[in-house]
Ligand binder design. Sequence first.
Ligand SMILES: Nc1ncnc2c1ncn2[C@@H]1O[C@H](COP(=O)(O)OP(=O)(O)O)[C@@H](O)[C@H]1O
Ligand SMILES: [Mg+2]
Length: 602
Amino acid sequence: MSVTGVSGEERNDFTRAENKRLRARSMRLAGELVRPVRWQIAGSGLLIVLGTLGSVAGPALIALGIDQALPSLTSAGDWMPVILIASAYVGIGLLGGLFRSGYFRMAARISQRVIFHLRLRLFRQTQDLSMSFHEKYTSGRVIARQTSDLDTLREFLDSGIEDLVSGVLFMIFTATALIILDPQSMLPVLISFVPIFFFAWWFSNRSRKAFRSARVYSARLIVQFVETMTGIRAVKAFRRERHNETTYGVEVDNYRMANQTVIALFGIFDPGLKLVANLVMAIVLLLGALRVLDGTMEVGVLLAAVLYVRRIFDPVAELAFFYNGMQSAGSALEKISGVLEEEPTVPEPTHPVPLAAAAGALDFAHVSFHYVANRPVLPDLDLHIPAGQTVALVGTTGAGKSTLAKLLARFYDPSSGTVSLDGISLRDVSNDDLRRAVVMVTQEAYLFSGSVSENLRIGRPNATQAEVEAAARAVGAHDFILSLPEGYETDVNKRGGRLSSGQRQLLSFARAFLADPAVLILDEATASLDIPSERLVQRGLKTLLADRTAIIIAHRLSTVAIADRVLVMEHGHIIEDGAPADLIAGTGTFATLHRAWRDSLA
Ligand SMILES: Nc1ncnc2c1ncn2[C@@H]1O[C@H](COP(=O)(O)OP(=O)(O)O)[C@@H](O)[C@H]1O
Ligand SMILES: [Mg+2]
């Protein structure tokens, strides 16, 4: 199984122009996210400035204490200055701590709020996007957006920015304090910044590559995991477990190696930084000691200078890491903004034409449709289906039957021409009206977590229990529902509530009939039923289809018996159209098909 779900977006290999467009797109999203919290950001900025000032004041107070307060205590026995400075030290430390804790709490609240809104928005957008998006954007990628990308952003907001702001401020304030206190001690620090700069640059470059490949591998892991698990039946049926394990193992190993590289790089960078810092501290101490001997420097100032020098290097590692966090967050933002800016290809009309009570007349007028440019699936379709007619649509696999159904349910809009309901183009009907009027039942028969009742009510949330049971009875599902552990209240995803695919299909029938649409489309909806269940459904079908328009796509020709009209489709064209009896009596494709089918039953 190859990993097909990893697109250019996951690999980050873009041209310059594309990169520019992507950056603009991310910046737009970042702006939208920041705007509602800009005042909170300003407030937290003030808190961290005050907090950092507090923590930078410490060494200066110590210098003051040693050089001014201590002498007046030893020479004049005056305790006052010492007590004052000690209280100031404690007081300022306390205040600084309060401000810093306020800052961290506020920053956390801001980032949580931003992520919360983004998460909801991403969910809403992904769900609202048209079928064409979901068919090209694999579920693995959708999941990666909602999980690892959002997590990367959250991590960056949670610690990255906070560390950067407090780190940068700390360095600036500490350097300023040192310059005011003793400019000469700043000189070795300034000189050391040259090798540190190159060192950090090297680290960032190397680790960026490692981080980037770690991200690619982690995205691939998610994609492959999701692909394997959604296709678990095929995996089991074809004994692909060992093979998948091998390919997954390769990706896991790549991921491990990439992470290991990052850690190894950090293992060089962090001790290297400490070494430089210690060296600079030793030099400052040595030069200071000479000046103290000269009498040109006081001991307290030297102590404060050494303390400042030791602390000035603390945030350097954080800054280098921040740069990486920013890179990851940037690419996550790029990918998320890509989903957010995707336009629905089937947009809801701004001024919908109301569809009060749909009668159910359907029209295709010069409809052409293609999924992929230059490969028309429906070249030019004209078709009128009067309200209330039951139509059987048959034809070989790939003829375009499901495509026709998807156009009727407006999962897609035609490439040209118009599909209309009661004379109104589907493009002009609101989503609510359309979903009420047209319901499609497919082979998939998806059930959501929850009880049988809840699943049946999806098409009509306010249906009474009696109505729910009547619908279940009508399709022959009532008896098996009663035999479930908790009847209608059985959870369909819990043990004991698991249903066979035939039972699921009966439920999706009942769900559709409860919704009571003007137009009902059944696309191979009875394919998983055994012959007795299908008979049961068919008996129900006759009455249930009586007062609505129905399009039945079916392999088994037994369904055709209840149709008023049969359409035979081939290569996107309707090649036969007539009453079942007439077509069977004739010499066309349908007559041949029907004869073969009857012979197979004998
Ligand atoms: N999402 C899609 N993207 C591209 N091509 C598609 C898609 N769905 C169907 N097709 C193609 O359109 C043609 C008609 O498919 P479909 O309407 O599903 O046929 P049928 O239901 O009659 O078996 C086929 O050639 C199929 O490969
Ligand atoms: Mg089909």
